[in-house]
Design a protein around this ligand. Structure first.
Ligand code: DX5
Ligand code: ZN
Length: 219
């Protein structure tokens, strides 16, 4: 199944709830929430209070992308405010195995993200431990950046590693994803697509539907 996860980072923060409802009603299954701490990534975005308020606006799955040093510190808080999936960066966790277990014990789905320059082979020990892997296709920290082409090979490699292990784990891609390049990403083996600017520029409902129409070509 192919899933669109609009990143609210590109939404209009003065009417965030409305924007989230718009994309959810247009058919986006996940809402991608980019939490940035100004340490792991240069920018600061939003945290628990904003997510808690949004939780009251929709039943869509909340996919929380933690761009935070040692995100294990916030798992309980994120669960409490309504996170369904908690995604942590491999590069931000000294004890990644423990953090993954804590996410699962909290009752959330566990996802692990890799920065563009981190090889997928570093995931070999935890292949069967998580529900989703996130291949970053830009350097995390900002929306609206250009897609880094070499990350396509990483998606292909990771899908092969999962196939060889008999696993059907989701592969998510985040950064510079558009309706123009999403077919290439599907063909590389990804199935969950984060899109910020490509969804929220101009007509968010129409952009969401455009992605969903493309997904139908592959289902
Ligand atoms: C980048 C964030 C992304 C970002 C994507 O650090 O993780 O989720 O919002 O934005 P676009 O789709 O505009 O590249
Ligand atoms: Zn993200």
């Amino acid at each position: 199944m192919y899933i669109l996860a609009p990143s609210v980072l590109a939404a209009d923060f003065s009417k965030l709830g409305e924007d989230v409802v718009t994309v959810a009603e247009a058919g986006a299954k996940y809402i991608h929430l980019d939490v940035m701490d100004g340490a792991f990534v240069p920018s600061i975005s939003f945290g628990m209070p904003v997510i808690e308020k949004l939780r009251g606006c929709t039943d869509a799955i909340f996919d929380v992308h933690m761009m935070v040093e040692e995100p294990g510190r916030y798992i309980q808080d994120m669960k409490k405010v309504g996170a369904d999936i908690i995604c942590v960066h491999q590069e931000a966790c000294v004890h990644l195995d423990r953090t993954i277990n804590q996410i699962k014990e909290a009752g959330c789905k566990a996802a692990v993200a890799l920065n563009p320059a981190t090889p997928v082979e570093t995931l070999s020990c935890i292949l069967d431990q998580v529900d989703m892997f996130l291949i970053m296709s830009v350097n995390p920290g900002f929306g609206g950046q250009k897609f880094i082409p070499y990350t396509i090979e990483k998606i292909k490699k990771l899908r092969k590693m999962l196939d060889d292990a008999g696993l059907k784990t989701d592969i998510q891609v985040d950064g510079g994803v558009t309706a123009a390049n999403v077919r290439t990403l599907i063909e590389a083996g990804a199935n969950v697509f984060v899109a910020g600017s490509a969804v929220f520029k101009n007509d968010a409902a129409a952009n969401t539907k455009e992605f969903l129409e493309i997904f139908k070509e592959y289902e």
